[in-house]
Design a protein around this ligand. Structure first.
Ligand SMILES: [Zn+2]
Length: 75
């Protein structure tokens, strides 16, 4: 019984070794293709206001506000 478990453990180790070798090969190929291991998806850019840095709105908010303000105040 223990011999079967030993064999199973040996097979598991072999499978892991094979997969690791395959992964190394894949990593090398990816590196050759210029892949640096970073996710190809663009990093999530926090949308913050370019004028004041607030995450509540964007720079358009200020533009709009200025237009509204100039429309209200008699020039
Ligand atoms: Zn702002």
């Amino acid at each position: 019984m223990s011999q079967i478990i030993d064999q199973a453990e040996e097979l598991r180790k072999q499978a892991i070794a094979l997969l690791l070798a395959e992964r190394q090969s894949i990593d090398r190929t990816l590196a050759l293709l210029g892949y640096d291991g970073v996710s190809p998806a663009a990093p999530v850019k926090p949308k913050t206001c370019a004028v004041c840095g607030s995450p509540e709105h964007n720079a358009r908010f200020h533009k709009k506000k200025r237009i509204e303000a100039s429309a209200i105040s008699p020039a």
